[in-house]
Design a protein around this ligand. Structure first.
Ligand SMILES: [Zn+2]
Length: 228
């Protein structure tokens, strides 16, 4: 899952309006931001198999530190706790921790059974929606569209013409379609390096968010929610 995680990040703005979209992205995508580094360090591994699923050619051979349920709960505490230490915003901290866990839960819907309960566990979770391209597209695009919609409702543009948010949404969709319909990556190291580029999407989230203000009760003001 890719774009669905960003959709949940967008949606979370409605619950934690004082937390930047960049931080919400960071949490929602946290374990996929760690994963490329763990691949480069050689402590996690992935294999390319064009027949792995109908959606992704990736076979997640070993990723117990980024993607086991137990470590994800630890990452959630770290992200939420770290944010609280810096910002003293309890609601934001709780939402961020929940976002980190949401990533694992959404992955569990689409992945083949490859998500371990804890490092070393022989129990692997995954409901396997990736066996259906149509099912995956419907689920992920619905989450993404709902998330962007909630973000637009929770914020208002501070400038008359702002292309930053619109281009962010467009780029996320293009990356997603590229992942789905492009040719498979040449090797695992290429996946790891391309994966590092996701940090740019987090920065883009901060950039877009700085150009919008909380909607603060003016949720239904006509003409404002469609911008961006
Ligand atoms: Zn993931």
């Amino acid at each position: 899952m890719f774009i669905g995680h960003f959709g949940v990040g967008f949606a979370a703005k409605a619950v934690a309006p004082k937390t930047s979209l960049g931080t919400l992205f960071l949490a929602a995508q946290f374990i996929d931001l760690l994963w490329p580094t763990f691949l480069l360090l050689g402590i996690e591994s992935v294999r390319i198999d064009p027949h792995a699923t109908a959606v992704t050619p990736l076979d997640f051979v070993h990723y117990p530190f980024s993607h086991s349920l137990l470590t994800v709960l630890g990452w959630a505490l770290l992200v939420g706790g770290g944010y609280y230490a810096i910002r003293r915003y309890v609601r934001g901290a709780m939402v961020l921790a929940a976002l980190v866990v949401s990533h694992w839960l959404l992955d569990a819907i689409v992945h083949s059974p490859d998500l371990p309960l804890y490092p070393g566990s022989r129990v692997f979770i995954g409901l396997g929606l990736w066996s259906s391209l149509a099912g995956t597209l419907v689920l992920e695009l619905a989450i993404f569209a709902a998330g962007v919609g909630l973000y637009l409702k929770s914020t208002r543009p501070m400038m008359r013409r702002d292309l930053v948010l619109g281009s962010l949404v467009a780029v996320l969709v293009l990356i997603y379609l590229g992942n789905l319909f492009g040719s498979p990556p040449p090797n695992a190291m290429a996946i790891a390096w391309v994966g590092q580029a996701q940090w740019l999407l987090v920065l883009w989230g901060y950039w877009a968010d700085r150009r919008r203000a909380p909607a603060s009760g003016k949720l239904l003001q006509p003409g404002l929610s469609g911008h961006g």
